[in-house]
Structure formats: C-alpha cells, structure tokens
Write a protein that binds this ligand. Structure first.
Ligand code: HEM
Length: 384
C-alpha cells in the first residue's frame, strides 16, 4: 500500500511536518487519494515543476480559484500571464505605489493600530496583524476609504468560497454578495481614476488593464495578500517571544530582523502548496504522472528538505544556503512579496518598540498553528 493512499487530511492539517518528512524520505512524488492529486515533496522536483509551465500548467481544469474569483493571473500561463502581470507588478515594487506607501505611511499606520489595542494585553492576530495587513493593502490599492474591517470581511468572504471543496451552495451564495459589493467598490475606483491618482487601481487603468482584469486580480490580492502578512507578523512575534536567544540577538543587532523574517517564512511556510496540472504524461521522482492529473508542489516540505538545508527545523540567522520557497519559485512567484516583507518587518518592529516588556500570556496556553494549505497561529495572546 502506498503512503499517499493512507494520508489523513485531518492529521495533515493538525501537524503536517512529520507526514511530509516521511513522504520526502520514502515516496517523494506520492498520489494522495484523499485529495485526488500528487504531492511533490523534494526541493529539486518542485523546482523542476515550477520551471516547466508547459508541462505543469496553472490554468487547471477544474479551478476552484477561477470559479471563486474569475480568471486571474494565478489561473493563467505565459504568454497571457506575462501580459497581465506586466500591467500589475510595477505597483508592488519599491518603485511603485507599494514603495511610497511603505516609506510614507506604513509606520504611522502601525502606530495608529497599536493606539487602539487593549493596554494590558491583546491577541496580536486579531487586534493588530489583521487590521494592519488589511489597511496596508487597502491603502496601496486605493480602497482605504472603505476601512480595514470592510476589507477584512471581503477577504473572509472570498476565501470561504475558494475553500468550498464540498460545493456548499450557501457559502457560494454568501460569496456572491461579497463579490458584488467588492466589484462595485472597484468599479467606482476605476471610474474615478485620473492622471493625478497614484493608487494602484488607477495605475492598472493607466497601464491598459480592462475592468474585468482589474476586478478579478484585485479579488485575488484581497484573498491572498492579507492573510499571509497577518500570519507572518503573528509567527515572527511568537518566535521572538518564545525563543529568547533570538530576541536578544535581534535587540542587539536590529538589522538581523530581515534574516529572522526569512527564516520564519522558511520554517513555517504560511502558504503550503502550489497547484498545477500535467499537460502530458510525465515521469517525476520515479512516479508516472498522467496527462490531466493535478500536481501539488509542497512548498512547506521543500523549505524543510534535509537534502537542501542543514538542520532545517532550526531558525539560524547565520544560514547561507540561498533563498527559500515560501513565496514560490516559478512564474507565479508572489506578486506582493516586497510589500508583504515590509509589512511584517515594520509591523513587528513597531510592536516591540511600543511594548518593551511584551510577553506571551501564560493563561492563554501554548500558541497553536492550524491549517495545511494556509497555516498560521490561531491567536498570539500577549501581555504588555
Ligand atoms: C507576506 C506573505 C506572503 C506569502 C508567504 C505569499 C506567498 C505566495 C505564494 C507561495 C504564491 C504562489 C502561489 C501559487 O503559485 O499558487 C503567491 C502568489 C501571489 N501573491 Fe503572495 N504571499 C504573501 C503576500 C502577498 C501580498 C501582500 C500580496 C498583495 C498583493 C500577494 C499577492 C499575490 C498574488 C497576486 C500572487 C499571484 C502571482 C502570480 O500569479 O503571478 N501576496 N504568494
């Protein structure tokens, strides 16, 4: 019996690392019956999948993502993907709208969110990381007049249908309401866009994107570009509060915060996988993948691959083993990675600067990570 046929999804969600380690060792390309797709768990094999978009396409059939959000960059392959991202990517570089937001507004936004937390103690995830990540993306896009909590409710609504694997009609109906409301907000923003408007949405219009391209891709950004920096802020905060030697090191050498963030992204990979579909029969890691099969490159696994990293579970600020894969490796490498990293860095720095005596709340019990596809702390309760 194959390992893949025995994998239990609840166990994978609860604690994926031992299961992935066993797959890497014994069945590196495994068919997971419970998900009806292949898991590719070694670094070299995932790198090969990511490099070959002609054999492993992103425009999968069926696609939950395209159903929930409409056709967007993550459901396209080159050359269409190249055409769409050329209009959108510039605003997520340091030279675009994200850059001016980070230099001029992010620190003040973090301070403002901190002004509103409960002074004695609070949950970093819901009271700080979430409103900061939602507010940051809203501001870059030019949707900030709707407020961070509306932005968050759009994110939750969209994500519910992306994960609606049972095709529950009530969930789809609720998401339709969110999609219509958000579509209207984006359409208004497109109609207002003029020469002097520096919001990312206005710049997408100026770059020649159609309203449908803008709406579907902004939906994608809202579904992925809030949860991940939120989880990043929560994870780095938890690591600093639970590993005092790392806190001491970063306090003594603040420039090491960048290395810490990269190591936390590597060890905890908030986005677990990338999903592709084989366009032909292909052999990979000793397995025969058939045309049409879905193939999941498991980023969480390759970021801990013993053949690629020395002592992979250790957060090592002196590691010099190249870039990790938490933002993926290929054509669809994260559009928002520069912005996301800045949100985590400034977010964590502001939090620790405001509360020098910050510590985990012992009454709340240990911090628990949940999820497989998206994995982060449920809550990080702190005392000030
Ligand atoms: C900071 C933590 C973040 C992590 C760990 C992360 C991770 C990832 C990963 C792994 C992918 C590849 C997905 C795939 O190929 O299936 C991706 C793509 C993407 N991410 Fe992020 N992301 C983060 C932040 C953001 C932010 C802040 C945005 C805001 C716009 C964003 C927007 C996107 C978009 C639009 C794509 C699709 C790119 C394409 O198809 O070419 N992400 N992200």
């Amino acid at each position: 019996m194959s390992l893949g046929s025995e994998i239990d999804l609840a166990a994978l969600e609860a604690d994926p690392d031992p299961i992935l380690a066993q797959l890497r060792a014994d069945e590196p390309v495994a068919y997971i019956d419970a998900l009806e797709m292949w898991f590719v768990t070694r670094w070299d094999d995932v790198a090969a999948v990511e490099a070959d978009y002609e054999t492993f396409r992103s425009a999968t059939e069926p696609s939950f993502l395209a159903r929930a959000l409409g056709t967007n960059m993550l459901t396209l392959d080159p050359p269409e993907h190249t055409r769409v991202t050329a209009m959108i990517r510039p605003e997520f570089r340091s030279s675009g709208r994200s850059g001016s937001f980070v230099t001029e507004e992010l620190t003040a936004m973090a301070n403002h969110v901190l002004d509103a937390v409960e002074p004695g103690g609070f949950d970093v995830m819901t009271s700080y990381a979430q409103p900061l990540a939602a507010g940051a993306l809203a501001t870059v896009l030019g949707l900030d007049h709707h407020g961070a909590s509306v932005m968050w409710s759009w994110c939750e609504g969209l994500c519910a249908d992306i994960a609606n694997f049972e095709n529950d009609p009530d969930i789809s109906k609720r998401t339709e309401v969110v999609k219509a409301e958000l579509g209207e907000a984006i359409r208004e923003r497109i109609a207002e866009a003029n020469e002097g408007d520096n919001s990312a949405i206005a710049r997408f219009v100026q770059a020649g994107a159609t309203p449908e391209e803008i709406i579907n891709n902004v939906r994608l950004m809202i579904s992925g570009g809030i949860n991940e920096p939120r989880d990043g802020i929560g994870l780095v905060t938890w690591v600093l509060l639970s590993q005092p030697e790392l806190r001491e090191r970063v306090t003594a050498e603040p420039s090491d915060m960048r290395r810490l963030i990269e190591e936390v992204f590597r060890v905890y990979s908030p986005v677990g996988t990338v999903t592709r579909q084989a366009t032909r029969d292909v052999e990979l890691g000793g397995a025969l993948i058939k045309e049409g099969d879905l193939v999941s490159g498991v980023l969480r696994s390759i970021n801990l691959d013993e053949a690629h990293w020395t002592n992979p579970m250790v957060i090592d600020l002196d590691r010099r083993e190249g870039a990790h894969a938490a933002f993926a490796l290929g054509t669809h490498r994260c559009l928002g990675e520069w912005l996301g990293r800045q949100e985590v860095k400034v977010g964590v720095e502001r939090l620790f600067a405001r509360f020098e005596n910050l510590r985990l709340d012992p009454a709340a019990g240990p911090v628990e990570l949940t999820g497989f596809e998206f994995r982060g702390p449920k809550s990080v309760n702190v005392l000030t």
